[in-house]
Design a protein around this ligand. Structure first.
Ligand code: PLP
Length: 284
């Protein structure tokens, strides 16, 4: 399997990352995940824009243009024969010696870029069946809008969920539901669809963006409005959204069924609208 290492496509075994890379020492870096279907990227522009936006927010100067990055990523999925799968890309600020907290002068440090691919088919069976979730306090920082590689808060929450036999963690700050550990979260009540608005408490999900657009186009009632744990408990349907999961029903929370305990009609409709958007861009 080939990977991108800075501006080259190389064998994975050729990549060497310095032990004093600031990504390794401080988690001083950002990442993104984009998905391809039928050998074509879906919403590549949006993912590349978000990577650049995350970089700008931490004053990290990316060593390539958006166009060059898109070219390299397209080349990578071609070489690796990715039909349907994910590309993980990350950029760290590079090597800083001696280890010191302030950002080094950008003239004196070269960011390190890597990208890898995995072949992953859509998990239709799970999308029909849904998954379980556990409610966990959101212990993360206050810049969740940056897609930072510093994910301890997220992985601790997901681990907590897994220890209790749940698939995903639904996070809340003092009773206000923010998002999940690796996805955005939505609730449906009386045919209105709710999700937390963008801002510093959630990641501006690309899947969320697509779902908002297709839902509005289909005439569904959608509100980017925060909701509480109490609202969540009384909701008709709940689902999570991410690039890798698309719209994934959450059919039980803390061991209690959500609504009927089965995938509901609104999330089923959204799944179809999302698939239509994918097929429109990437073909069937
Ligand atoms: N929220 C968090 C914390 C995430 O890690 C992710 C995806 O990795 C998302 C939301 C969903 O973002 P996207 O739809 O762009 O994949």
């Amino acid at each position: 399997m080939k990977v991108i290492w800075n501006d080259e496509i190389v064998e994975r075994s050729e990549v060497k990352i310095d032990m004093e890379d600031r990504g390794y020492q401080f988690a001083d870096g950002i990442y993104d995940v984009v998905r391809a279907y039928n050998g074509k990227f879906f919403t590549l522009n949006e993912h590349v824009d978000r990577l650049f936006s995350s970089a700008e927010k931490i004053e990290l100067r990316l060593p390539f243009t958006k166009e060059k990055l898109k070219e390299m990523l397209s080349e990578l999925i071609k070489i690796n024969n990715i039909d349907t799968g994910n590309v993980y890309m990350q950029v760290t600020r590079g090597i800083g010696i001696p280890r010191n907290h302030p950002y080094p002068d950008p003239e004196e440090v070269s960011p390190v870029f890597t990208a890898t691919t995995t072949i992953v088919a859509r998990d239709q069976e799970k999308m029909d069946r849904g998954m379980s979730a556990l409610i966990v306090p959101d212990l993360r920082w206050l810049r969740c809008d940056i897609k930072s590689i510093s994910l301890l808060g997220n992985i601790m929450a997901k681990h907590e969920a897994h220890k209790k036999g749940a698939d995903e963690a639904i996070l809340h700050r003092e009773g206000i539901v923010t998002e999940c550990s690796s996805s955005n979260v939505w609730m449906i009540k009386n045919d209105t669809i709710y999700t937390h608005p963008d801002g510093n408490l959630v990641l501006p999900g690309i899947t969320k963006l697509v779902l908002l657009r297709v839902a509005q186009n289909a005439g569904l009632s959608v509100k980017e409005e925060a909701f509480t744990l109490e609202d969540l408990k009384k909701s008709d349907e709940v689902f999570a959204s991410s690039t890798t999961m698309e719209a994934m029903p959450i059919t039980s929370i803390d061991g209690n069924p959500v609504g009927t305990g089965q995938r509901g009609p609104v999330v089923k409709k959204l799944q179809q609208l999302y698939v239509d958007a994918v097929e429109n861009e990437c073909g069937k």
